[in-house]
Ligand binder design. Structure first.
Ligand SMILES: *Cc1c(COP(=O)(O)O)cnc(C)c1O
Length: 348
């Protein structure tokens, strides 16, 4: 059941025809120059008086080998949120097209669908937080342009079944978004390494989690050069500011620090989950491939409020599909985790 993927047929007509804005820095590209009087900038150097590189060329060259992709397969945006929004703006005709996604999952896919006035179809996961490819493909019709998957999934914490993801990518006629925001915390082979095999695959990564830089707002999408070109056409010309690009280059050149932090988080994940499972309030700790875990407790809302009163904030997921009485807990520092356990041991 291999479906044929024809990119031009999936893209909105107005986007295919779009002639993008051409910025001063786009038109001058690369040749040696020392007088820049083309962009109406302030000429006095302050480190931020010039427009940033619209295509983040240097940063892409640094990130590509770390991620095992080519620079022309990378899109950088203002958080992963920008890449998610671009999927809708490039592929989905408002009030006509639709997308299909697992439920529960990351909330931004649905919010972005609502903003873009695109129908969002949910397929509930099973009790192990897994899905079957056919049940998602069954929801698709000729107006389904994208399928959203998230692995490791948020808020459930688990990797989705690799075989089922592959069946979706191969069996669907539109684009498949696999959000791997948490893949650094997992042993599973990341899907971004298979980009050349799957022309309809878009993988999302972010600087916000393992790379410790949520404040600079830098998300990544990896896809075929053709899809990346469409994203570049539609994005704001200077969507990633100079301070963010500078800071990101620093972060990626200190990968030893990132690896050390990753090890610490994984060690803490193991001990915190084991200790949490022993608490009287805990009914179940779900397995995690991420830097957080989901746990079923005796009364999620009461315990959430109890912790807030003690200055400790976890995420209450009680009202989310399949997550009644569940809390989502991010792995903190040794100190933070022991404070959480101490407070919960005193809960009556
Ligand atoms: C945290 C998270 C992101 C990251 O979003 P940014 O906008 O890059 O900070 C993306 N996807 C999922 C599933 C997440 O949980």
């Amino acid at each position: 059941m291999t479906a044929k993927f024809e990119l031009e047929k999936m893209v909105r007509k107005n986007i295919l025809a779009l002639k993008p804005y051409s910025s001063a820095r786009n038109e001058y590209a690369g040749k040696k120059a020392h007088v820049f009087i083309d962009a109406n900038e302030n000429p006095f150097n302050s480190g931020i008086n010039r427009y940033p590189d619209p295509l983040q060329v240097e940063l892409k060259q640094l990130v590509a080998p770390m991620k095992g992709v080519r620079p022309e397969q990378i899109f950088f945006g203002n958080g992963s949120d920008e890449a998610i929004d671009l999927v809708y703006r490039v592929f989905c005709e408002p009030r006509l097209d639709n997308v299909v996604a697992i439920d529960p999952t990351y909330g931004m896919y649905e919010v972005s669908a609502d903003i873009n006035d695109v129908e969002y179809r949910k397929v509930q996961l099973d009790d192990n937080f897994q899905f079957r490819a056919f049940s998602l493909l069954n929801e698709c019709d000729c107006h389904t342009k994208a399928i959203f998957l998230c692995s490791p999934n948020n808020p459930t914490g688990n990797n989705l079944d690799r075989n089922e993801i592959e069946k979706i990518i191969m069996g669907f006629h539109g684009v498949v978004v696999v959000d791997e925001a948490y893949s650094d915390f997992s042993d599973a082979r990341p899907f971004r390494l298979d980009l050349d095999k799957y022309p309809n695959l878009i993988v999302l990564n972010t600087f916000s989690k393992a790379w410790g830089s949520a404040a600079i707002r830098l998300g990544m999408a990896f896809a075929s050069p053709e899809i990346i070109e469409l994203f570049n056409k539609v994005k704001y010309p200077y969507n990633v500011n100079e301070l963010t690009q500078k800071q990101a280059k620093q972060v990626v050149t200190d990968s030893a620090r990132l690896h050390k932090q990753l090890r610490q988080v994984l060690d803490e994940r193991e001990s915190l989950m084991r200790a949490f499972a022993q608490l009287p309030i805990c009914e179940k700790v779900y397995p995690s491939d991420a830097n957080f875990f989901l746990a079923k407790v005796t009364d999620a809302t009461k315990i959430y409020n109890y912790l807030v009163d003690r200055g400790i904030v976890v995420r209450n997921r009680h009202h989310i599909t399949l997550c009644s009485n569940c809390l989502r807990v991010t792995i903190g520092t040794v100190q933070e985790n022991s404070e959480l356990l101490g407070a919960l041991r005193q809960y009556r």
